[in-house]
Design a binder for this molecule. Structure first.
Ligand code: HAM
Length: 425
């Protein structure tokens, strides 16, 4: 026998027992976003490599070390999308969705990053992302945060906190960059190797270090918030005032810089302490420069994405996952004729009782074997069609989950009436 082929490290199957949880999350988000006026967009999973290097940034972990990049048969360099923003902006420019209009879009799907897999960090993971175009003010930044706050509320999540920061305008960031580089150069001894490498290429990312030996250095670093221009400072103040007006608690974290280069002004992350090291469940911000950078006419943009695996892990941790819907009925039949009559009856029930969950016994089997399957299916009732039932044009309804409840013999109309009541309960 040949060796079994295994899935790729960091890429997981969603098994039948957990797919209802994914569906629940998607349905809840879909309803919420629709309520705020957002429409779904579906983009390809593969894009030209250049799209990501130009948007996420050449000197970022994602582009430097994590992309699944390959040459296709034409010799073009393609990449499995590591995130959705770049593709969404590309699609919006290409399809004329940006110029002179506002857009509120969302998407869901797999993303790919060759990271070191651990709890909450995978090589294929799933995001639900939201992108808005054409809205310059802090109003949309706050809408994005308020919408996510409402989602946590609807999902029953408690242990989440909002961190916000402003990365200012490009020119403010360039001026700050020089101040930061000179501060880090003065403390060169304390920098680890990665930070020394980042010093010339992407010094802001040093603020994001996880190295405890550099914690104090980073803590005392000059803050970008002290170097914002007046317009950016005003924008950030309005964001804070609106969050306060809405009663949404937040923390200003001046070291929140994000791992992708396209951000400007507001950035935010929702973080939980319940999932260990990978506690960011949702992250995003404003990225006004990106549309132009990708060849569109200059325009405004803001969005976020949440990690579905992390959200589901948190829902499980906090005991907030819904129970799987159980079948109402498992149909048990004996003999050829009864099997056929049972089939006809079950299709009639499905036509007359929308929402009915009914499983037909397939593959034959004796009474015991069929009842065993009925029990295993978790159905509330077994519907039994044997010879007796066949001749009297009736059917037996056997409760499977109520101790001591009696089996009933019903004609078809009585059965439909009874199931109607059951479905309404
Ligand atoms: P990001 O911070 O790279 O931002 O990812 C957003 C979220 O995706 C993270 O907070 C996390 O929940 C989840 N995530 C990221 N990497 C992994 C992984 N390897 N395994 C599991 N979950 C992961 C973006 O992707 C931006 N496109 C967000 C955005 C949209 N900004 C503006 N619009």
């Amino acid at each position: 026998m040949s060796n079994k082929i295994q899935s790729i490290r960091g890429m997981h199957d969603v098994l039948p027992e957990s797919s209802p949880h994914w569906q629940y999350l998607e349905a809840t988000v879909n309803k919420l976003l629709t309520g705020y006026g957002y429409s779904e967009i579906r983009m390809p999973v593969v894009e030209k490599t250049e799209l990501f290097s130009r948007s996420i940034g050449e000197v970022t972990d994602i582009v430097e070390k994590e992309m699944y990049t390959f040459e296709d048969r034409n010799g073009d360099s393609l990449t499995l999308r590591p995130e959705g923003t770049a593709g969404c902006v590309r699609a919006a420019i290409e399809n004329g969705l940006i110029h002179n209009q506002q857009q509120r879009l969302w998407y869901v799907g797999p993303m790919f990053r060759h990271e070191r897999p651990q709890k909450g960090r995978y090589r294929q993971f799933h995001q639900i992302g939201v992108e808005t175009f054409g809205i310059p003010g802090p109003d949309i930044d706050v809408e994005l945060m308020a919408m996510t706050a409402r989602l946590w509320d609807q999902l029953g999540l408690k242990d989440v906190r909002l961190e916000i920061n402003s990365l200012g305008s490009l020119s403010a960031r360039q001026a700050y960059r020089e101040i930061l580089v000179s501060y880090f150069k003065d403390n060169f001894d304390v920098l680890d190797e990665e930070a020394r490498n980042r010093l010339e290429t992407n010094p802001l990312r040093i603020l994001d270090t996880k190295n405890p030996n550099m914690a104090e250095l980073v803590q005392n670093a000059p803050s970008l918030l002290d170097h914002l221009d007046a317009e950016c400072a005003q924008h950030f103040e309005t964001v804070q005032a609106r969050l306060e007006a809405l009663g949404i608690a937040y923390v200003v974290n001046p070291r929140l810089v994000r791992g992708l280069d396209y951000y400007s002004r507001s950035v935010f992350e929702w973080i939980t302490e319940s999932l260990g090291a990978q506690g960011t469940i949702c992250a995003g911000g404003r990225y006004d420069g990106l549309i132009e950078q990708l060849g569109g006419r200059a325009g405004h943009a803001a969005g976020f994405a949440m990690g579905m695996e992390r959200l589901l892990a948190l829902l499980e941790e906090e005991g907030n996952l819904p129970e799987q819907p159980r079948p109402h009925i498992y149909m048990v039949t004996f003999g050829d004729e009864a099997e056929q009559a049972g089939l006809v009856l079950s299709e009639k029930l499905r036509s007359q009782l929308p929402g009915l969950r009914l499983i037909n016994n397939c593959g034959g089997g004796g009474f015991k074997a069929q009842m065993k399957r009925a029990d295993k299916s978790q159905a509330d009732f077994a519907l039994i069609m044997g010879e007796d039932e066949l001749t009297s044009q009736s059917v037996s309804l056997k409760p499977l989950r109520e101790a001591g409840a009696e089996q009933l013999r019903l004609n078809h109309d009585e059965l439909i009436e009874r199931l109607k009541q059951q479905l309404q309960a």
